[in-house]
Design a protein around this ligand. Sequence first.
Ligand SMILES: [Zn+2]
Length: 389
Amino acid sequence: MHRKTRLTVAALAGAALVGGSAIALAPAATAIPVNSHCGTESAGPRAGFVSHDQLTKELQKIESTSKGRVDVEVAGYSNEGREIYQARVGTGDTVMMVQSQIHGNENHGTEALLSLLKELGGSSAAAAEIRENITIVAIPRLNADGGEHDTRQNAMSWDDVVADFPQLAGVDPAWNYNSRVPGFDVNRDFNPDLDYVPQPEDFPGNSADTGWFITPEAQTARDVYANIEDEFGIVDYFVDLHNQWPCYQQAGTDNMSPLSISGRFIADPAAFGDWPNFDYDASRQANVAVYDALQDNGASGFGHVTLYPQSINLPGTALGSFALRGSATVLFETSSNTQSDGQKRNGFLTKQVEIGLKGLITAIADGSIDAIDPEDYEQIPERITLPAD
Ligand SMILES: [Zn+2]
């Protein structure tokens, strides 16, 4: 199935974006006018995105061609037994954890991470300088099962959970469980207390409360995070790469917005105990660094970034829980779940994540992030919902 009309002109990204590398950003106007068709029909399966086997091979290739500058390990296993990988590059004292695809049908972040790992593991002087100043620990495709099944949730029944945590026998399943899949929204399974053990009285819970680490995928992210914390004292930055539906406008312009970002996930941090390292200003600076990196690309359309709604309260998200522990946090919400895009559009969206993330990494590595005024965050245009036509 295809769109009635392409999101905009076929020249959207131009031939230059196919393949996602060696991009000469074409001066062609790639901004998407707000009166474009904005549908959410499925365009068929995952054109061009790596399967689990391909992800495995890609990471092995990156490790070997980087001559070990990128170190790839199995960090854990999904509920169905697939490897969850972590890839580490750099030796700097400042550390960033970045993960993609906690929602299995949100692929662009994974593609962007593969491309960026390749680049940062390369032999250029620029890559070497970045490696010297920052350590990056990436988890491409945390939700390996959801990635394979093209579902938001992981692949896990409540019975599986009770088998792992017998103390939960007889309680109502967690609120974020979808029995039809069956599986959990893994991004509600986090807790700022990394030692938290699931307690029957904490179920079924709700979106305004913390999660439980009942899924192997959240447990893996927690373990990676805890290991970094043990080694560095604090995880300075945590970035989570997502997708949202495609029909948003950038406030104050006539453009559709292909990316929303945010550093705000909790209404009242004090409501969840004493977290002295919580640093909202550091999160705001990090988001501004992403925003700025995407402004300087001509008429590419990359600049039409918006601020994700700031009124949310989701302490059970990875971002919410890790923000409480003191990480500066950045949410990427790239336009579209993967069902609805063609290859060219996917190349554009992947490149957008790459540019934004690399801009943040560079600003951290060269120290320029410290000069960013956190208040600039409030100037990022709002996200306006458009009707799907
Ligand atoms: Zn998501």
